[in-house]
Design a binder for this molecule. Structure first.
Ligand code: PMP
Length: 463
């Protein structure tokens, strides 16, 4: 890490006066302002005052290879000097865009061989909707438009993808495409109906999808959106068999299955893509972003099957075009970053490391479930959530004003660990290169912070 020379207060003032932050609680932001993150190395970040933290959230589920990788920075610089940009429209490509598309086709399951680029996860999912609608229009099935997604699924923040997102809290104050999007239940085994076995819960969820398709009419339903593990909704791992059975229902009614792997791809669960390798399904489309470049550049991709490509690539009428696209689709500098990132993931066997160290991470964090306020520790490998409860028997939550997730995160931050609060939950998604020793330090800070928080909650009469 370099010597930092920032004027933190001046930066915080400029930030507060002019930078509208994504997903911000303005009431606390106006009081507290921003933490200025300024520097990084390995699994650590450092703020503008020089305080060092373990980055327990990998930037935002995205720094999969770690920070400060000179090879990626060099590949980006070389590309920027050679050709910073050229239009991808029509019949023009660039070497990194073409190379990366072929590499993604090689890594993606089965016949998912065709790549459309955007700048992030939301755009990748928006593209999946536009392509599905175009696909069914081409087939003359023009009524197939509706989208089914799950409560607590997160799919992005454009108008369309926030409508598909099922985290109801994120909808407050904004409008939605309510006519197009329909939700089914969140597949959260921890919050399943009382007295219901996990197997019966899975049957119920699969039946609910089928019932929803029948209620809307199979001729009207285009897409089912699902993250293999729901991330921002609280790292929810659906019950065993759920993925395969929901895919079967989609196939039965000619509904396209979009696996949103914006978080789960590129090693987070120990595989390049989790859909097939972890959950045994080959969806019709996979969307990805984040770990694709490990956060070194903005890039997202929608990967389509041959079946879809073969339909959308045949012009319907003479002179008709596929008129979907962005100036920065396949940006050469971002594609160069992604190619180098994938090369590092392969060369250093980071997926294998994420299996070994990730299993250890999961196991150690799951041991925190013995603490009195931790009701559930769930997730897989380097994607974990801790859910705090006031009563472990009844799973009753603390009142929102107890802000338990926030308290735990603040305690961790003081001790040099960044952990993301999500209401009464805390999520972790660190860089995948963590060693067992680094994992031990992270877990010990988190444990101490939870113990201190429990003490505070008792003092204040919440327990
Ligand atoms: N899908 C999932 C599963 C995500 O977690 C996210 C972002 N956290 C998105 C889509 C949206 O990606 P972006 O913020 O890059 O638009």
């Amino acid at each position: 890490m370099t010597q930092l020379k920032y004027n933190t207060e001046a930066l915080r003032k400029k930030d507060k006066d002019h930078f509208i932050h994504p997903f911000t609680d303005f009431s606390t932001f106006n009081k507290e302002g921003s933490l200025v993150m300024a520097d990084s190395e390995d699994i650590y970040v450092r703020d503008s005052d020089g305080k060092k933290y373990i980055d327990g959230i990998g930037g935002l589920w995205c720094v999969n290879v770690d920070y400060g990788r000179k090879e990626i920075a060099q590949a980006m610089a070389d590309q920027a000097l050679e050709l910073c940009f050229y239009t991808p429209f029509g019949h023009v490509t660039t070497p990194p865009a073409a190379e990366l598309a072929a590499k993604l086709a090689e890594l993606a399951p089965d016949t998912l061989n065709h790549v459309f680029y955007g700048c992030g996860g939301s755009v990748a999912n928006d593209t999946a909707v536009r392509i599905a609608h175009f696909y069914f229009n081409q087939l003359g099935k023009t009524s197939k438009k509706k989208i089914i997604s799950r409560i607590d699924g997160y799919h992005g923040s454009t108008y369309m993808t926030m409508s598909i997102t099922g985290v109801k809290f994120d909808h407050i104050g904004f409008d939605q495409h309510e006519d197009l999007v329909h939700n089914i239940s969140c597949p959260n085994p921890y919050r399943r109906p009382e007295g219901m076995s996990t197997e019966a819960f899975c049957d119920h969820l699969v039946q609910e999808l089928e019932d929803k398709i029948l209620e809307l009419g199979p001729d009207n339903v285009a897409l089912f959106f699902a993250e293999p593990i729901l991330g921002a909704g609280g790292v929810i791992v659906p019950p065993q068999g759920y993925h395969k059975r929901t895919l079967d229902v989609c196939r039965k009614y000619d509904v396209l299955y979009v696996s949103d792997e914006v978080v789960t791809a590129f090693g987070r669960l120990g595989h390049f893509f989790a859909s097939e390798d972890e959950f045994g399904i080959v969806p019709d489309m996979i969307t990805c972003a984040k770990g694709l470049t490990s956060g070194y550049a903005a890039l997202g991709a929608t990967i389509l099957s041959d079946k879809i490509y073969d339909v959308i690539s045949v012009p319907q009428a003479e002179g008709s075009l596929f008129t979907h696209g962005f100036t920065y689709s396949g940006h050469p500098v971002s594609c160069a970053a992604a190619l180098k990132n994938i090369e590092i993931l392969e060369k250093e066997s980071i997926c294998q490391h994420a299996k070994n160290a990730g299993d250890y991470f999961e196991e150690e964090l799951k041991s925190l479930a013995s603490l009195p306020i931790i009701g559930d520790v769930r997730g897989k490998r380097f994607m974990i959530c801790l859910e705090s409860v006031a009563n472990k028997e009844t799973k009753e939550l603390f009142p929102p004003k107890a802000a338990v997730g926030d308290r735990i995160s603040k305690r961790c931050q003081k001790r040099g660990l960044i952990v993301r609060p999500l209401a009464h939950m805390n999520v972790l998604s660190p860089p995948l290169t963590m060693s067992k020793t680094q994992i031990d330090v992270l877990v010990s800070i988190l444990r101490e912070s939870i113990i201190e928080t429990t003490h505070d909650l008792k003092e204040e009469g919440y327990l």
